[in-house]
Design a protein around this ligand. Structure first.
Ligand code: ADP
Length: 158
């Protein structure tokens, strides 16, 4: 059984901010039954983007991604739940939004590859590093969520 305290990092990207999708995106995560452990609006600089997007830093499209990600603030979320990294990736849909499954954030709300509304950590290991990159320990909250009684069964909560 996975860990109910697993955490992942989501960024609502500048297109999501500009298009007024903050509430819609956060609402989807809330409706799924995920716990919001941290939430903040922030402007990203080149240094954090270089670190965050190290895996695409040598791609020809990286400068465009970097300037897009600096074009508005973003909203960073730390979400918590059982197998949350995988669950959130499923909710987000594939990178190329216009081919993403209907029902996913990208499938429902976007058309672009670059402007695809959200970032979500892709592995548990990366999620741990990404949560640390965007949140100080004091920015993360540990609390009981009463709806967990109805979101999970006993052995999933153990
Ligand atoms: P994902 O965000 O789905 O995990 P990647 O880690 O491969 O995707 O890429 C990071 C981000 O870089 C994507 O979300 C997208 O905004 C941008 N990106 C990826 N591929 C391209 C591309 N071919 N052209 C423009 N932007 C891209």
């Amino acid at each position: 059984m996975g860990n109910i305290k697993e955490q992942t990092l989501v960024l609502i990207k500048p297109d999501g901010i500009q298009r007024g999708l903050i509430g819609n995106v956060i609402g989807r995560f809330e409706m799924k039954g995920l716990k919001v452990a941290g939430i903040k609006m922030m402007s990203l600089d080149e240094a954090i983007l270089r670190e965050h997007y190290a895996h695409i830093a040598d791609k020809p499209f990286f400068p465009g991604v970097s300037s897009f990600m600096r074009s508005s603030p973003v909203v960073a979320l730390c979400l918590e739940g059982l197998d949350v990294v995988n669950a959130v990736r499923i909710l987000c849909g594939i990178t190329k939004s216009r081919e993403a499954d209907a029902g996913t954030i990208r499938g429902d709300l976007a058309m672009s590859v670059a402007c695809n509304v959200v970032h979500a950590s892709d592995t548990v290991e990366n999620a741990q590093a990404e949560v640390k990159r965007f949140f100080k320990q004091d920015d993360l909250f540990h609390y009981d969520k009463s709806e967990y009684m109805h979101v999970y069964v006993d052995d999933e909560r153990a």
